[in-house]
Every structure is written in structure tokens, then in C-alpha cells.
Ligand binder design. Structure first.
Ligand code: F6R
Length: 608
């Protein structure tokens, strides 16, 4: 939520900041703004709406300078208008701040500052920061930032520039991500790696409580106790060309189509030719895994849906008691968890505030934490005992697609790994599972080759107002995921249910205008799904079924069918979710929605 960037070097500030902000626009697109220092004067430009509005204004009338900061906003406090857009400035317009996070005690700080004579011009929580820095400024910008931050509570990643220090950017973080990128004669800061990837691959992940100061030739970092520390420089694996749309209209469509290649590359990276599973930094010893009695999965949104499937895998194949818990709920109760419990955090971004807090709670109870993340060096990855990277590459579309299937694959491989340690998977089953997994990429390609059929169906259903999604067993979470995809990008109301629960209330919603999407591949619950489909049809409801190739019977009871290749029940979600991703995508396009930037959403939910 909200993206911040900063640059100090020799290049033209307008274009460097705009390129960075464009890469971060998925974090919020209510407004955008930049500030720079030119000839000792602080200049600010901000605009309501998407980045292109700011871009147009800067093209007509550039700001100029070679040092600056920028922001793309997902509004929390105050309307998404120009006044509330970042950067925010102090009374003299000599200090500018961009901020990602929430200052929780801003109302109290603001009224104190107002009594001291500070004049505010926005409704935001952020604006207290430039005024506090102004108040504490005594010739040293970093010291003023440190003193200001002592007066605020909440989460932040901030970047500050000031007329008094025209060569320096000061940054600080507590709870929100911030990465410093090292160039030659230039340095960058950003909320997330994609913003700096076109420039350099050498980065420093600022840790919570640290403050840093950047000039074009130096980066200095101080720990929370004020000691200067030597930075740990990491190298990013992602290639910059992964950030292009590669000819697709939207990132979401590109990311859907990337799934077979991701499966292939992860399988060849993690699975040896003889079928051994390899994880680099799993964080627990084999003995600790043997002693494991319970897993609590922590996740939100799509990652939680993946977690629900992980629960089924771990229970079926490892006979391990597993819960998949929504982090925003887990963190506010006093969960019961003993020493044999593993907390497994699933997060694409690795920065989701609730998931991060849930692992902090777990660690405070001395529980081991294993995370499944996409973004390298993200907070959740760093704070966990072990991490399994899903290697899906940057996911830019706000609606998560390839991360979901890559999370499922990571858990399938973990199941194989643990099945070997815990002796719950015999050789025959192991061989069968590996064969099934190795066949997945090709089967995914078969589904993607039917995109035109799915597009035609999307046309047929695009004008509905409400919809229902049903599934059972391994495909119940797929029904939840299909409903989430549709509602978040097309704004059609969609609700997913376990099909057996349908008769306990939701069936009342069925009518001729409310279609049901039924995820019904061959498997142990297939017959039950067919009965549920018949019940919907008997009430004049239209049914779009996702079924297994060769299933002619379903044609007789559903209005429309999308076929997926045959697959074992436990890995079928890797296939059945793809038609639902494509269906949501095409429906949203037909409805004229901005697929990659759905209203009210941001990709990385770094506030509660
Ligand atoms: C939906 C979606 C969200 C995320 C959720 C968790 O398409 O993208 O529901 O899955 O915000 O995000 P991560 O996985 O980054 O923790």
C-alpha cells in the first residue's frame, strides 16, 4: 500500500522517479507526486488519480534536479485528492516527506503541533512528519528525523529531503518495507525491488528501526540505538525484462500465461532427476520435522486459499494436524500452540502486515516459523526461521495468479520432502506424485490454448450482477479463489462456498440471473458435485462447470463446460484454477475494467 521512491545522482529526477513510480503503481493509484531540490529550492508536484496524470503535467513542465523523492498513494487518511497526495511539506516548504504506512497517533501529534503554531494543509496522518522534522531541525537532517520519529507511533517507511541538505536523502523504516539500491555515482530507495531493477541489482534491505542517509556517493546506516552499522549488500536474482508486459494487454494475462514455465523451472530447480526434493534454507532440522505435531498456516486472501489446499495435502499425505488461519484473525486472539507447532506463513509479497504480525506473535511464543514467499529479502522471509521461495518472478497484476499456483507447487514439494522424513509416503505413491507434478506444465498449456473458448464464455456471462462458485474437497478453495478473482477485478458480486454447504442457506440466491460456477473435476467428490449442479439447474440457475476432459455426462447437466486435462484430485487445483483466472480476466476486460489496477485495491497490504 503506497509506494515510495527516491534518487540521488546525476540523472534527470523527473524521469527516474516516474519510472520507479510506474513500477510501484500496483501499490496504490489514488494520487501521485514527486519533490526535488533544484538550485537549493524544494519543488513539489502532485496530482490526483493515476500516475499518467502526473506524468502529463511533468512532460509539459518538468520539475528538474538530480535529487528527489516520489510517492504513489493508496488512501488511508483523507480523500484521494491533490491536497492529500504526497510528498507533504513543513510550514516553510523546505522539508518534503513521502510515507508508506500509518501514523496511528497523528491526531494527537497534529493538535499539539497546531498549538505550537504549525499550519497543516492536508487531512493525512503523514503531514505530522515534515512538521515534526521542522520542529526538531537543528542543522542535522538525520538527527531531526530520528527525534521526530520518537514522537510517532505506527508503521512507516519514509524518505525525506530538505533544502538545508540538498545532497542527501534520509530514510527510515518501522514495519513497512524499504530497499536501498546501490548504483555508480547514484543511489536509489524504493518500497519494492521492481522500482530499482532497471538500474542496479545490488541492494540493502533496511531493517526495522534503522535510519539511513544517502548521497550520490555514499550510503550510511544507523541502528535504532544510534550506532552506525555496515550494510549487508544482497544481489537480486530477478531480470529487469520480467517487468515488461511482453506484448500482453495486461500484466495479469501475462502472469496467467507464465504459469507453465514457472512450474517447469521450479520443478527442475527443486526436484532432482531421481526425485529428491531440495530446499536451500528450510530452517528446521530433519529431527524437528520428525517431532512436528501440528502446522498453523498464516496467510491472507489468495495466499490463504493456497493455504487451505496446503492443509488438505499435509493432512492427507503427512497425517499432520493442520489449520489454515486468516492472519488478521489469528493475531487478535490468544492462539493455543505448543512447542511441536510449526507456523507456516504464506505471502507473495512477504510484506502483508497481518501475516507479518502473526509470525512475530508466533516468534514471541518461541514457535518455529517457515515462510513461503515470492519476494526475496521481504520482511516475512527475513523474520522467519526458514523460507521456501516460490520463484514465480515479480507479480505486478494486483490480482494474484501465478503466485497462487507457485505456492501450491511449493507445498506439494514440501509434502514430498516431509513425506520422506516422516515415512508417510511410500515409494510407489512418491513416484506417482512426481509423475503427476512433472505433467502439470504441459496440462496447463493445454488449458491456456483454450483461452479463446473461455473468452467467448466470458462474453456470455459478463453482464451478470451476482454469481456463486461451488467446489468440494481440494477444489473448495479453488471455488473461493475463482470468486475472489472475479469480484476483485470485474466488480461482479461473487461468493464461493463448499458445495455441501449450499443447501444450508446460499441456494436461496439461485435464480435465472445468478449463475453458478461449479468446479467439478473427476475425483472422490465428483458425484456429489453433479448432484449439486442438478439442484441449481432445477431452480432455473445457469451453471458453468469446470470438468475433466472426456466427461460427457456433465454436458447434460451444466449449461457450459470448460475442460481441463485429467489429473489426480490432490493436484487438480493447479489446473482447475486456470480457467477461473482466465474467466475473471476476460469478464473484467469485457466490462471495461482496469484489470491490473482494480478500484480500491493495492497489491501489497502493508497496513491493517
Ligand atoms: C487477491 C490478492 C490478495 C493477496 C493478499 C495477500 O488476488 O492478491 O488477496 O493474496 O493480499 O497478499 P500476500 O500474498 O502478498 O501476503
Amino acid at each position: 500500500m503506497c509506494g515510495i521512491v527516491g534518487y540521488v545522482g546525476r540523472k534527470d529526477i523527473d524521469s527516474v522517479l516516474l519510472v520507479g513510480l510506474e513500477r510501484l503503481e500496483y501499490r496504490g493509484y489514488d494520487s501521485a507526486g514527486i519533490a526535488s531540490i533544484l538550485d537549493g529550492e524544494l519543488l513539489v508536484r502532485k496530482r490526483r488519480g493515476k500516475l499518467r496524470v502526473l506524468d502529463e503535467s511533468l512532460r509539459l513542465n518538468p520539475l528538474g534536479g538530480t535529487i528527489g523523492i516520489g510517492h504513489t498513494r493508496w488512501a488511508t487518511h483523507g480523500d484521494p485528492n491533490e491536497q492529500n497526495a504526497h510528498p507533504h511539506v513543513d510550514c516553510n516548504c523546505a522539508i518534503a516527506v513521502v510515507h508508506n504506512g500509518i501514523i496511528e497517533n497523528y491526531a494527537e501529534v497534529r493538535s499539539r503541533l497546531q498549538k505550537e503554531g504549525h499550519v497543516f494543509s492536508s487531512e493525512t496522518d503523514t503531514e505530522v512528519l515534515p512538521h515534526l522534522i521542522e520542529k526538531h531541525f537543528n542543522g542535522d537532517l538525520r538527527q531531526a528525523v530520528v527525534s521526530a520519529l520518537k514522537e510517532v507511533e505506527g508503521a512507516y517507511a519514509i524518505a525525506v529531503i530538505a533544502e538545508s541538505s540538498p545532497d542527501t536523502i534520509v530514510v527510515a523504516r518501522h514495519g513497512s518495507p524499504l530497499v536501498i539500491a546501490l548504483g555508480k555515482g547514484e543511489n536509489f530507495i524504493a518500497s519494492d525491488v521492481p522500482a530499482i531493477l532497471p538500474h542496479t541489482k545490488n541492494v540493502i534491505y533496511l531493517k526495522d528501526g534503522q535510519v539511513a542517509s544517502l548521497t550520490r556517493d555514499s550510503v550510511r546506516i544507523w541502528s535504532p540505538d544510534g550506532q552506525e552499522v555496515s550494510p549487508e549488500v544482497k544481489r537480486i536474482e530477478w531480470e529487469a525484462d520480467l517487468l515488461d508486459k511482453a506484448g500482453y494487454d495486461y500484466y495479469m494475462l501475462k502472469e496467467i500465461h507464465e504459469q507453465p514455465a514457472i512450474m517447469e523451472s521450479v520443478l527442475s530447480r527443486r526436484l532432482s532427476p531421481s526425485g529428491d526434493v531440495n530446499f536451500e534454507n528450510i530452517g528446521l532440522t530433519k529431527q524437528e520435522f520428525v517431532n512436528l505435531g501440528r502446522i498453523i498456516i498464516q496467510a491472507c486472501g489468495t495466499s490463504w486459499h493456497a493455504g487451505l489446499i496446503g492443509k488438505l495435502l499435509f493432512e492427507e499425505l503427512l497425517r499432520l494436524h493442520t489449520e489454515a488461519d486468516i492472519s488478521s484473525e489469528f493475531r487478535y486472539r490468544n492462539p493455543v500452540a505448543g512447542g511441536d507447532t510449526l507456523i507456516m506463513a504464506i505471502s507473495q509479497s512477504g510484506e502483508t502486515a497481518d501475516t507479518l504480525e502473526s509470525i512475530r506473535i508466533a516468534k514471541s511464543k518461541f514457535l518455529k516459523v517457515l515462510s513461503i514467499c515470492n519476494v526475496m529479502g521481504s520482511s516475512i522471509a527475513r523474520e522467519s526461521d526458514g523460507v521456501i521461495y516460490i520463484h514465480a518472478g515479480p507479480e505486478i497484476g494486483v490480482a494474484s495468479t501465478k503466485a497462487f499456483t507457485a505456492q501450491l507447487l511449493a507445498m506439494a514439494l514440501l509434502t514430498l520432502y516431509l513425506g520422506g522424513i516422516k515415512w508417510t509416503i511410500n515409494d510407489e505413491l512418491r513416484k506417482e506424485m512426481i509423475e503427476e507434478l512433472r505433467a502439470i506444465p504441459q496440462k496447463m498449456r493445454t488449458i491456456l490454448a483454450r483461452a479463446d473458448e473461455i473468452e467467448a464464455l466470458a462474453e456470455k456471462y459478463a453482464s451478470v450482477q451476482n454469481s456463486l462458485f461451488l467446489g468440494r474437497g481440494y477444489n473448495y478453495p479453488v471455488a473461493l479463489e475463482g470468486a475472489l478473482k472475479l469480484k476483485e477485478i470485474s466488480y461482479i458480486h461473487a461468493t464461493g462456498y463448499p458445495a455441501g454447504e449450499f443447501k444450508h442457506g446460499p441456494i436461496a440466491l439461485v435464480d435465472k440471473d445468478t449463475p453458478t460456477v461449479a468446479v467439478a473435476p473427476q475425483g472422490p467428490v465428483y458425484r456429489k458435485m453433479v448432484s449439486n449442479i442438478c439442484e441449481v439447474r432445477a431452480r432455473k440457475g445457469k451453471v458453468l462447470a469446470v470438468a475433466t476432459e472426456g466427461d460427457d455426462e456433465i454436458k447434460g447437466c451444466a449449461d457450459d463446460v470448460i475442460y481441463v486435462p485429467p489429473c489426480c484430485d490432490r493436484f487438480s487445483p493447479l489446473l482447475t484454477v486456470i480457467p477461473l483466472q482466465l474467466f475473471a480476466y476476460y469478464v473484467a476486460v469485457k466490462r471495461g475494467c482496469d484489470v491490473d489496477k482494480p478500484r480500491n485495491l493495492a497489491k501489497s497490504v502493508t497496513v491493517e
